[in-house]
Design a protein around this ligand. Structure first.
Ligand SMILES: NC(=O)C1=CN([C@@H]2O[C@H](COP(=O)(O)OP(=O)(O)OC[C@H]3O[C@@H](n4cnc5c(N)ncnc54)[C@H](O)[C@@H]3O)[C@@H](O)[C@H]2O)C=CC1
Ligand SMILES: O=C([O-])CC(=O)C(=O)O
Length: 358
C-alpha cells in the first residue's frame, strides 16, 4: 500500500469508527428507559398525542391520565406494536400512581376556546386545573420535566412555577410552556408563500402564546427569504392568528388538536433527546428567562440537556419590524405573567375541572 492509500485507509477507518460510535450512542439514547405521562389524555389533544408518544422509540413507559375515559384510550393505544408499555389511570385518586417515576409530564388538560373567546377567557377554569395537576407533580415526581400545553400558556406556566415554589420543588430548568405549534405554523405558512419544502424551513418564534405576544422572526428564517412589507405583515398576522383560524373553522367544536398533538410530540421528543444526552437539541419554548428585561417568562431558542434547560440562547438580531413587535407585546405578556403568579399567591382556585362525558 502506498502512503497516499494508507492515509486514505486511516481516514476512512477513523470515519467508520466515528460512525459506529455515533450509531451506538443513538441506539443507547433511544433505548434509555423513559416514562412519559400525559395529563388530559382523553381530550382532543390528549388522544392523538398519546398515539404519537406510543409511536416514539424514545418512550419506554406511557402513563395516561384524565378525570374520565383513560382506560379506553390506553387499551386502544396499547395495541400499537411499538416499544412503550401503556397504562391508563382515571379519577383523581389515581393521579399520584400515574405520575410515579415520570421523566416527562405533558399537560394538555383543560377547556379549549370557542369562537369569540380569547385564550385568557380560559383562565378561570384552566388555572385551577393546572394548579391541581402541578401540585400532584410536585408531590409524586418533583424531578420530572413538565411541558404545559393548557391555555392561557402565558399565565399557566407562571402558575405552575408558583405551585412548585410553594412546594419547595421549583427548578426553572424543568418547566416549559409548549409554543412549538407557533413554530410549526410559521414554517408552514412561509413555505407556502415562498414555494419551499415545509420540512426544510426553520425560524424562531419568540414571546408568548397569544395574539400579539407571538412573534415569528422571519428575518432569521432558514433558508434566507426576502419578503415585502405586505408579505411580512400577512405572514406575521397569520402566525399570530393561527389558533383563531382553527377555532373559527371548527365552529364551536374546540381548537387545534391534531396539529397541536404533532407539535407537542415534537417538543416532548426534543426534551427526551436532551435528557438522553443528545447534543445540540434546540427548540423555542416559554421558560423562566432574563433575555428580555422586565419579562420573567419568555419563549425563545433554548438548548435542551440532561437537566432540562441547558442554555437560553440570545435572541440574535431583530429587524425594525420585529423590534416593534417585541415592544408591542411587552405590556400584555407582563400582565399575563402577573395574573398567573397572583392566582397562586392569593390562594388559587384548587379546581380539578368538571367531568366531561365522552
Ligand atoms: N399550547 C398550545 O399551543 C395549545 C394549547 N391548547 C390548549 O390545550 C387545552 C386542551 O385542549 P383540547 O385537548 O382541545 O381540550 P379537550 O376538552 O378536548 O380535552 C381536555 C381534556 O382535559 C381533561 N381534563 C379536564 N380537567 C382535568 C383534570 N383536572 N385532570 C386531568 N384531565 C382533565 C378533560 O376531561 C379532557 O379530556 C386547552 O386549554 C387548549 O386551549 C390547544 C391548542 C394549542
Ligand atoms: O387557539 C387556541 O385556543 C388553541 C391554541 O393555543 C392554538 O391553536 O394555538
Amino acid at each position: 500500500m502506498n502512503f497516499r492509500a494508507a492515509g486514505i485507509f486511516r481516514a476512512t477507518a477513523m470515519e467508520a469508527s466515528k460512525l459506529v460510535l455515533r450509531r451506538a450512542f443513538a441506539r443507547s439514547a433511544s433505548s434509555a428507559k423513559r416514562r412519559v405521562v400525559i395529563l388530559g389524555a382523553n381530550g382532543g389533544i390528549g388522544q392523538p398525542l398519546s398515539l404519537l408518544m406510543k409511536l416514539s422509540p424514545l418512550v419506554s413507559d406511557l402513563g395516561l391520565y384524565d378525570i374520565v375515559g383513560t382506560p379506553g384510550v390506553a387499551a386502544d393505544v396499547s395495541h400499537v406494536n411499538s416499544r412503550a408499555q401503556v397504562a391508563g389511570f382515571a379519577g383523581e385518586e389515581n393521579l399520584g400512581k400515574c405520575l410515579k417515576d415520570a421523566d416527562l409530564v405533558i399537560i394538555p388538560a383543560g377547556v379549549p376556546r370557542k369562537p369569540g373567546m380569547d385564550r385568557d377567557d380560559l383562565f378561570n377554569v384552566n388555572a385551577g386545573i393546572v394548579q391541581t395537576l402541578c401540585t400532584a407533580v410536585a408531590k409524586n415526581c418533583p424531578k420530572a420535566l413538565v411541558n404545559i400545553i393548557s391555555n392561557p400558556v402565558n399565565s399557566t406556566v407562571p402558575i405552575a412555577a408558583e405551585v412548585f415554589k410553594k412546594s419547595g420543588t421549583y427548578d426553572p430548568n424543568r418547566l416549559f410552556g409548549v409554543t412549538t405549534l407557533d413554530v410549526v405554523r410559521a414554517r408552514t405558512f412561509l413555505a407556502s408563500a415562498k414555494k419551499l419544502n415545509p420540512s426544510e424551513v426553520d425560524l424562531p418564534v419568540i414571546g408568548g402564546h397569544a395574539g400579539a405576544t407571538i412573534l415569528p422572526l422571519f428575518s432569521q428564517a432558514s433558508p434566507k427569504v426576502s419578503l415585502s412589507t405586505k408579505e411580512l405583515d400577512a405572514l406575521t398576522k397569520r402566525t399570530q392568528d393561527g389558533g383563531t383560524e382553527v377555532v373559527k373553522a371548527k365552529a364551536g367544536k374546540g381548537s387545534a388538536t391534531l396539529s397541536m398533538a404533532y407539535a407537542g410530540a415534537l417538543f416532548a421528543e426534543a426534551c427526551l433527546k436532551g435528557l438522553n444526552g443528545v447534543n445540540n437539541v434546540i427548540e423555542c419554548t416559554y421558560v423562566e428567562s432574563s433575555v428580555v428585561p422586565g419579562l420573567s417568562f419568555f419563549s425563545s431558542k433554548v438548548r435542551l440537556g440532561k437537566e432540562g434547560v441547558d442554555e437560553i440562547l440570545e435572541l440574535g438580531s431583530l429587524s425594525d419590524y420585529e423590534q416593534k413587535g417585541l415592544e408591542a407585546m411587552k405590556d400584555e405578556l407582563k400582565k399575563s405573567i402577573e395574573k398567573g403568579r397572583k392566582f397562586v399567591q392569593s390562594g388559587g382556585g384548587g379546581g380539578g375541572g368538571k367531568k366531561k362525558k365522552k
